[in-house]
Write a protein of this length. Structure first.
Length: 196
């Protein structure tokens, strides 16, 4: 049945690896569905925002969950699972960005389209503000977009941002400050143009 050069130690090692593989899933189907239902939309919005491509966000979301399920990790809590999922998504987006090396346009999600909640009187001003912000965000570096999106759109804490992006918590405050300053500088010419 086994080749002659397979030892008992090899068989025991294979048994341990098989047991570990079963253990790594750590979630039954219902638990995974519930986790997916809670996390899929925010992760997709995050991916769409940082990549600027809804179709790519769909692909990266699927790949993120696939890699999440295949990971040989023990998760201590729900937040640990979520942080790890965001880290996978961030790494996939970084990998894709490195392979493309181009500036991307960042479209607004449908629920944030200009004028979705604005009345007719403020529609033009709202549209102009959102267009300026969208253009400015597109000109930011990917990491700056990620930091700003996680902090202000997702409401993530500095600790969560550090875990999602694989950075030190101590550096998040300074990186956010620089990203906000750069965004403000990009928005300044637009603000000056509307006041004239």
């Amino acid at each position: 049945m086994f080749p002659r050069d397979v030892t008992l130690i090899d068989i025991e090692r294979l048994d341990r690896m098989a047991a570990a593989a079963v253990e790594t899933l750590q979630m039954d189907e219902d638990t995974f569905r519930a986790f997916y239902d809670r996390t899929a939309r925010p992760v997709w919005v995050y991916l769409a925002r940082i990549t600027g491509d809804r179709a790519l966000a769909d692909d990266l979301l699927q790949e993120s969950y696939y890699r999440f399920l295949r990971a040989e990790r023990h998760f201590e809590s729900e937040s640990h699972r979520r942080n790890y999922l965001y880290r996978i998504a961030t790494n996939l987006a970084h990998d894709r960005h490195r392979s493309r090396r181009g500036i991307v346009d960042v479209p607004m999600p449908a629920e944030h389209e200009p004028g979705a909640l604005a009345d007719a009187h403020n529609l033009a001003a709202d549209t102009e503000r959102r267009t300026d912000l969208g253009r400015a965000m597109a000109r930011l570096k990917p990491r700056e977009r990620q930091l700003l999106w996680l902090a202000y759109a997702q409401g993530s804490s500095h600790q969560e941002i550090a875990e999602y992006l694989g950075l030190r918590k101590a550096s998040i405050k300074m990186l956010l400050f620089r990203a906000r300053r750069r965004l403000a500088a990009l928005l300044m010419p637009a603000a000056k143009g509307t006041s004239a």
